[in-house]
Design a protein around this ligand. Structure first.
Ligand SMILES: Nc1ncnc2c1ncn2[C@@H]1O[C@H](COP(=O)(O)OP(=O)(O)OP(=O)(O)O)[C@@H](O)[C@H]1O
Ligand SMILES: [Mg+2]
Length: 278
């Protein structure tokens, strides 16, 4: 099997795709993936809205570095306290990237239909190609509600056995909610540990989670560090961060329907070949 065939590209569609980024395990990188994948899609010319739906622990505003610009949030739009244009912030890095915050905390409840209606309005007002929705790291009512508005789910997994179990469980829960278009992203991938036999390889992670793979993001300390300063991958220009930006760009390509080798510009030569067979 070639590395283009591992986790095939999705068929492209002219309509806006709503994608939830999820796992019922906390801390696996859902928010990191949401923000950086949104940026990678925007850099490919797609018009993207990232929506923070982690109502108990919002973090996308900090990851995008725009926490001081947040005046309104997605619940203000759902409850008609402001219109969508007021709650959506245009990211300054590119023309195509937009962001809507979660409230700092909320007791309010809304239905899947109300959430879908707000996303539909955003889609038409901002002429969007993608809406990426960040979700909380637990089995929660929020995930159930937002999955009702989604076309597909990106399930985030890391090497930890608990993360793999959570990814499988998340997939089953989404199946039961009718959201069957699911893809796996392996985050914090540790190639050296895989090659020395210490950690699960790509195929083992696919087997454990029973989910089709769409991409791999290496573990990179600098990613975590630059995130603390509101910087996204692609903004920090050094070898390590270019590799992470390439990983997100590969996923953005596949989500856009472009066939791209799984590990293009991320790993090279013998290392790449060995990773693909393990
Ligand atoms: N590929 C990576 N390499 C290194 N650090 C990473 C990577 N992905 C995420 N991290 C770090 O892991 C931590 C958790 O990431 P993040 O907040 O995105 O996870 P989460 O799944 O959204 O968590 P929560 O469930 O609490 O919402 C952060 O400090 C982030 O910088
Ligand atoms: Mg998060």
């Amino acid at each position: 099997m070639s590395d283009i065939e591992i986790g095939t590209a999705l068929s492209s569609s002219s309509n806006c795709k709503t994608v939830i980024v999820t796992s019922c395990k906390g801390g696996v990188g859902k928010s990191t993936v949401t923000a950086n994948l949104a940026f990678a899609l925007a850099r490919r010319g797609k018009r993207v809205l990232a929506v923070d739906c982690d109502f108990s622990n919002r973090s996308l505003d900090l990851i995008f570095g725009c926490e001081d610009s947040v005046l309104y949030d997605i619940c203000d739009v759902i409850y008609d306290r402001c219109d969508i244009e007021r709650a959506v912030i245009k990211d300054e890095r590119t023309e195509n990237l937009f962001f809507c915050a979660a409230p700092l905390e909320t007791e309010e409840e809304f239905s899947s239909d109300q959430f879908s209606a707000v996303l539909e309005e955003a889609e038409s007002k901002f002429d969007l190609d993608f809406i990426l929705v960040d979700t909380p790291g637990a089995v929660s009512e929020t995930v159930e509600l937002v999955s009702g508005a989604a076309d597909m789910a990106l399930i985030i997994v890391s090497h930890q056995p608990t993360a793999a179990r959570a990814a499988e469980r998340t997939g089953m829960m989404l199946d039961s909610l009718g959201l069957t278009d699911q893809r796996l992203i392996v985050n914090s991938f540790d190639a050296d540990a895989v090659l020395s036999g210490l950690r699960s390889g790509i195929n083992e992670l696919i087997d454990k989670t029973h989910t089709r793979l769409v991409g791999i993001v290496p573990h990179e300390y600098e990613l975590s560090l630059s995130q603390e300063f509101g910087k996204l991958c692609g903004e920090v220009d050094n070898k390590n961060m270019r590799r992470i930006a390439a990983a997100f760009d590969n996923i953005a390509a596949r989500l856009s329907g472009v066939s791209t080798p799984l590990l293009k510009k991320v790993y090279t030569g013998k290392k790449r070949r060995e990773l693909l067979v393990r």
